[in-house]
Structure formats: C-alpha cells, structure tokens
Design a protein around this ligand. Structure first.
Ligand code: NAD
Length: 477
C-alpha cells in the first residue's frame, strides 16, 4: 500500500483466522481533503469471505464456552492495544475520512469507552422458578458467527460498537467496513492478531457486493448493520432466506424543536454543533429545525454568527473544526441540495471553503423551507440546515412527526417540564432535551419507523447478540 504520510502505519491486509491476507485486486482509498488516491485496501473475493466465516465458525465453540470474565480479560488486552495505537488510528481516520485530527482521536477514545463498558454488562441468568420438582431458568446464549457491516462517517466508532458486544457475549465476528474508509478498521483487525484467538475477529474489506455475500451466507447467524435505510431494507430481505437475526441502525431526519423560552445566547452554539458536527455526516443530528415564530430571527442570526466563525479545512491543519465531505458521491448529492436551496427557501448563510482540491462544501443555513422539498423531507447528511417557524406547538409536533424516519429528536427550552412534555409526544427512538445526540454505553439507542430495527448499547443491545434459551429441569418427586 502506498502512503503519502510516512509517519502513518498503514494496515498490511485483512485479518482472517489471525493471518494477514492481501489480494491482487484492490480498492483504492481517496483522501477527501485532496480528492486524490493515497492508498489501497484488499478487495475480498467470495473465497476470502468463506475463509473468514469458516475461521469464525471454527473459533466459536471454544470462545463461547469461556466465561464472561475470561472473555473480558482477553478483550481488555485488545482494548489496551487499541489505546496504544490511538494516534495512528486517528491519523488514518484523518487521511481516509477527512475529519480533523482531534475529532478523530475523540472518535477512537469514545469507541474504547463503549467497548470497555460492555465488559461489565453480563447478561444474568433469570430463574423463573425453583420449587418442588421443577427448576426453570432463562439463559442468554450466543448466536454463532456474526457479520457486521458499517458506514463511513465514524469508521472506528461504528466498528467498536459492533466488536465489543459481539465478542463479549461469546460470538465470533466477520467485520466489513465501508469501502470508502477501510484502512482504520483493517488496522483494528491487525491490532487483534496476537491477542484474540484465531478466528474470533476477522476483518474483510471490499465493495457492496461483499456485503451482499455476507447477508446471503448460510453460516452467518446475524447481521449487525449501520448504514442507509435503503441498504437496510435490502439486508432485511436477504436475511430472510436464512432467518438471520438483524440489527439495523439506519438513517434519520431528526427534528429539533425550539420553544419560545430558548436561551439563544447560552444555547445557540450547542444547537449549531448538533447539526454541523462531522460536516453534518452524523446519523442522529438535527437535520430539520422548527423554531417558534417569536424567536425565529434571533435563532437564525445566532446560528449564522456561529457558522461565520467556524474554520473548515484539511484534518491535519491547525484550528480546523470541520473537514470535507467524506466521499464524492455524498459531496455531489449535498452540493446539489445547496445549489437548489434558494428555490425552496431563503439562504441566510453560505460560508466559504478553502481554496484547494477536495470535497469541501460551504456551511449553509436556509430558512422558511418548503415542507414538501427534498431538503426538508429527506436526510441531507451534509452541512446544510433547513429551518421553519411554527406558531403553535401542536403544529410543530405534527411536522416533526411527519416523516418515515424516527431516529432521534430534541426539544430546546429553559422550562424543562414544558420541554419534556413535548419530548414525550415525538416519534423517535431517542428524544433529548437541550442536547442532540447524547449517547452512552449504558443507554440503549436505536431507530423506530424506517430508521432501524432493534437497538445497540446497554444490556438491551447486548441481548440482541444472543438467543433466549430455557433450561427446564424436572426432578423426581
Ligand atoms: P450504505 O448503506 O451505502 O453503506 C453501508 C455499508 O453497507 C457499507 O459497508 C456498504 O458497502 C454496505 N452495503 C451496501 N449495499 C449493500 C447490500 N446490498 N448488502 C449488504 N451490504 C451492503 O450507507 P453509507 O452511505 O455508508 O452510510 C450513510 C448512512 O448511514 C446514512 O443514512 C446514516 O444516517 C447512516 N448511519 C446510521 C447510523 C445509526 O446508528 N443509525 C450511524 C451512522 C450512519
């Protein structure tokens, strides 16, 4: 693999049964801050996938037979190996994903916090009855080989959100990162090589077709997926042929509702970042804003003031807070939304971008947006925020709920009882007040409606990597 940054350790290949595997055919990896190819990653064949699944299947009996504490001890050593490589992983993220270095570092740290926390969330055996001639207990047993398929916006975080729960519950894993950002996740595979038993974790890279082979594979018991709603639907259909378990973390079009008592000076900066963080490429970020008419001008002005101060640039440049779009496909899609925004609303801010190549887009804020426009109804996944005003709260709630998506939502105001009352009427898997999103390993997270199926995190999320098994013992009387 070629490298324009000599201080970065690039992964040497895929991890299959603790061997590093390369392929003749490769996928090119682009630096989004230049638009230029800078490295290659393996392009797994169907035979490579079969080998990875076979290795995971062979590793399953011994790994699943270990105690929770024993698995936790092994995973602790893996967590420490990742921690020791944080700066390198962060640099890889900057190169392939585009985000600023410190944000990349935070991504790895956050993923490790989740991974660490799962070790202490053992799923207890529930004794339903133990009297007379009968003892009945309910256990949570691992599924077998899990296939994980992930997106490009938070490559390391999304991978660690799957590796931790799958392995601590006793499953073995075949993990496929997005073809746009394979390097950091391949590196996570390499770091496991001398720590985890062979086959417990396998990392394969390739295109969408590799994902399809995984969802079809007869020896994979579950697909844990993070990506778009469209792909999630295909995975659900494909999983039906072998009755795989699925967890789908999909897209969102989260609404934020600003109540009349919103404290603009204290809260507008937070509000800005709930929408523009990671260049708007966040699953649960505010993608539509509904502002009470009495505060509309102030909120719009406040957001524009914050936007004007933000530095956009390449991820290694100092002071940069927002990087480029991650890939050309998403750049083209959001660029078109920005170019046509004036037809569906009033553009109140269109920022500047660095004078260089790369997938940079101006931060764009649009008010009085047509509620039937694509900008309002679909997930933009980029740095453009549409805003509408409302007069009465029932209308705002109806507009917020008028979506096929239901990932997150938030309500903003000083009177917390009033904000909470509105929050309870919103149709989303998570509803926050005065923040958006707020994720923690001990709080379940998942979308309702077409934003997902099942949840991640906490014991709820771990349980999705298990089957319920009843042991029913009849004693002689
Ligand atoms: P995507 O659906 O295009 O791709 C995601 C992954 O699926 C990639 O690894 C891809 O190779 C693979 N894939 C594509 N077609 C497949 C198929 N038919 N079968 C199996 N695998 C297939 O999504 P993306 O563009 O990478 O990610 C952006 C989307 O992800 C956004 O909609 C965003 O909201 C969503 N997302 C959701 C969450 C969440 O937790 N809810 C988190 C991050 C991103």
């Amino acid at each position: 693999m070629s490298n324009t940054k000599p201080d970065i350790i690039l992964p040497k290949g895929m991890l299959i049964g603790n061997a590093i595997v390369t392929t003749r055919d490769c996928i090119g990896v682009i630096d989004p801050a230049s638009g230029k190819h800078f490295a290659d990653a393996p392009n797994a064949s169907q035979a490579d996938l079969d080998a990875a699944v076979a290795a995971a299947k062979a590793a399953f009996p011994a790994w699943s037979a270990r105690t929770w504490a024993d698995r936790a001890e092994v995973l602790t050593r893996y967590i420490e190996a990742i921690r020791a490589d944080i700066d390198n992983l962060a640099a890889l993220l900057v190169c392939e994903q585009g985000k600023p270095f410190q944000k990349a570092r935070s991504e790895v740290t956050s993923g490790l916090n989740f991974f660490s926390a799962y070790r202490g969330m053992e799923l207890p055996v529930e004794v339903i009855g133990d009297a007379g001639t009968q003892r009945v207990e309910v256990r949570r047993i691992p599924l077998g080989v899990v296939g994980a398929i992930t997106a490009w916006n938070y490559p390391v975080l999304l991978a660690l959100w799957k590796i931790g729960p799958a392995l601590i519950t006793g499953n073995t894993l075949v993990l496929k990162p997005s073809p746009y950002t394979p390097l950091s996740v391949l590196r996570l595979g390499e770091l496991a090589k001398d720590i985890l038993p062979p086959g417990v974790l396998n990392v394969v890279s390739g295109g969408d077709e590799l994902g399809r082979w995984m969802t079809d594979h007869p020896d994979i018991s579950k697909i844990a997926f993070t990506g778009s709603t469209g792909t999630g639907k295909k995975i659900m259909a494909s999983a039906a042929t072998t009755l795989k378990r699925i967890t789908l973390e999909l897209g969102g079009n989260d609404a934020g509702i600003i109540l009349p008592d919103f404290d603009v000076s204290a809260q507008v900066e937070d509000l800005f970042w709930t929408s523009f963080s990671n260049c708007g490429q966040v699953c649960a970020s505010i993608k539509r804003l509904l502002v009470h008419e009495s505060r509309m001008d102030q909120v719009c002005d406040g957001l524009v003031d914050v936007a004007k101060k933000v530095k956009i640039g390449a991820g290694f440049d100092s002071g940069v807070e927002i990087g480029p779009m991650q890939n050309r496909m998403q750049y083209d899609k959001v660029k078109k939304l920005i170019e046509t925004a004036g037809d569906v609303g009033r553009i109140i801010h269109s920022g500047t971008i660095p004078n260089r190549d790369g997938y940079f887009l101006p931060l764009t804020i649009v008010r009085d947006v047509d509620p039937d426009s694509e900008l309002w109804r679909e997930e933009q996944f980029g740095p453009i925020l549409p805003i509408r005003s409302y007069r009465d709260i029932d209308t705002a709630i109806a507009e917020a709920n008028d979506s096929n998506y239901g990932l997150g939502a938030s309500v903003w105001g000083v009177d917390l009882a009033a904000a909470e009352a509105v929050a309870r009427r919103l149709h989303a898997g998570s509803v926050w007040t005065n923040t958006h999103p707020a994720m923690r390993p001990d709080i379940p997270f998942g979308g309702i409606k077409q934003s997902g199926y099942g949840v991640e995190f906490a014991r709820y999320g771990l349980a999705e990597y298990t089957n319920v098994q009843v042991i029913n013992v009849k004693r002689s009387g």
